[in-house]
Design a protein around this ligand. Sequence first.
Ligand code: PAF
Length: 291
Amino acid sequence: MLIARTRSELRAALISLGGAPAFVPTMGALHAGHLALVHAARADGPVVASVFVNPTQFAADEDLDRYPRDEAGDLAALGAAGCAVTLLPTVAEIYPPDDATVVTVSGPARGFEGAIRPGHFQGVATVVARLFGLVRPRTAWFGEKDWQQLQVVRRMTADLCLGVEIRALPTVRDADGLALSSRNRYLSASERALAAELPRRVAAAAAAIQAGTAPAAAIAAATADLARAGFAVDYLALVHAETLCPAETLCPAETLCPAATLCPAESGGVARRLLVAARLGPVRLLDNFPV
Ligand code: PAF
């Protein structure tokens, strides 16, 4: 596996691949979810992965400084997974001092994480656009765990005509159902044991809605249930899977969704997602289920 730390090293490595690669962007501290993306991406051609803890997607009071970093472990795992090139850039390689451009996405970036973490999706969209520009991939792979991020990246890639096909893989979970996340390691043993209640109860709410329970009732019951169990729920919401507009409201006039977007729920081709974010001790757990 080739390792590129600078733009020129990356250019040389890409030439040696001889064609547009499949790309797996990460922030490192890799787990089985990331490696599943690398394995799946190999079907598209040689795989380039990036390991870059992107400062612009962290707010000042967030965990940028203590975000888990394990360069040696990540490189070993990526090599074993069959990655052809790993990009390990410095902050200055991605954000040179004369830097003057950011990417701001509206639409799916507006609510939920976008409202709770102002600036977060601008940081994500900006770094993903730059990484796409540097790597010039044919396809790029993301996990469904960060469902809103996936929709933001899809929207940005389409709107800026970046010509990258965005592919996604279902969330990879531990045996007890907890979605894998690099931040799970911040949980104490007792918090980790309780954390699996989140996907269990949210999946049950999704199943109840699917079976005909009114969404508002299922969501209120699950929110109260999670609070009793010890979670501080930031949101539990049923949304249109792509636009992230509230699924129970009319589209587009009331939600200000793009008027050209046919509301999937109204058109009968229902694509809805139950999104949750809840705090447990020092960690915000994010998850989502199809309905
Ligand atoms: O999901 C992540 O790990 C990051 O948000 C990403 C997409 C690599 C951008 O920094």
